[in-house]
Design a protein around this ligand. Sequence first.
Ligand code: PGA
Length: 234
Amino acid sequence: MKLIVANLKMNQLYEDVLEYKSVIDKKYDNLVICPSYIYLDVLKCDKYHLGSQDGYYMDSGSYTGAVSFKQLKSIGVSYSIVGHSERRVKFNESDEEINKKIISICNNGMTAILCIGETELEKNDNLTYEKLKQNMDIALNGVNIDRVIIAYEPLWAIGSGVIPTIDEIENIHRFIKDYIKGKYNKEILVLYGGSVNYDNCKEISSIASVDGVLIGGASLDPNNLINIVEKIEM
Ligand code: PGA
């Protein structure tokens, strides 16, 4: 069974979220929905898993505006995306900070979905593997990777409608799995993210080294998301 993670980003209003929830009328064990923090409790139900898009690594204290993984866990959130490229680029998040977040996610009994990927420039300079190694080395330093899933998200594929070739995805996922196996002697799930939609979801998710997908734009319409989940499972 492939894992499907919906990253709703900062997109919905309250009424949209109520509608979203009402459309999902079946149980999907392999679906994780990641809305804005304020809607996590609203979307809570037993048809899918709840994930946050981020979180803060301190458990509690004077951190105005922050939401801790411990707090997220306490309302039933079991997954958290971490290190999404939008956090890295628009909010200056470093691999070192992401490392602290992953440790906190794991300590709180949640599963981290660590996003890694290269920019278009890095791809053109043949630096993809270097970049992925660097992301993994720092972000996973001292981490018990049993509670970590990796999402390979090339930055140039996010929201662009452009995706890597099937061979590229297969090879890069295989590289990530082998790298983790070599370093930790453990298997890791690797999701693909970046312009996944109804048309390409089956081909991408059928790649042997792809354990699931992380979907942004195409998950905003709940009917489209369900169609994707059902097409992948077909
Ligand atoms: P996209 O976003 O599916 O809209 O490309 C994916 C992501 O940012 O995780």
